[in-house]
Write a protein that binds this ligand. Sequence first.
Ligand code: FES
Length: 118
Amino acid sequence: MSDVPDERDHEPVRAEGWVELLETWRVPQDDNVFVEAEGIRLLVHHLASGFYVTSSQCPHEDFTMERCPLRDGAVVCTEHGWAMDVRTGRVVEIGDEDARLPTYEARVFAERVYAKLF
Ligand code: FES
């Protein structure tokens, strides 16, 4: 039996490793919000296809992308313009194509966004 939460009958908060991040209304579509949970600095992104959670640390240099915009599903770092797809973490514009922005599995339950951080 899997411990992966199922939105239909389990609260993610009760499954190991899942952490509540914020209420969905706090993240407008095509935007993101910085949050810190369990000591991890994160971005919660809201695309038309749903919510995605990534690290907020740019894979280029030690920079927190606290106020970096989304463009075509990618977060664009305001420091040097690297763009990372928030669904995969892949660098899609400028930057080192082997670099990755860490991503976390995300779920919505009861109008709250959860991420599997551990
Ligand atoms: S620190 Fe983000 S692109 Fe350079």
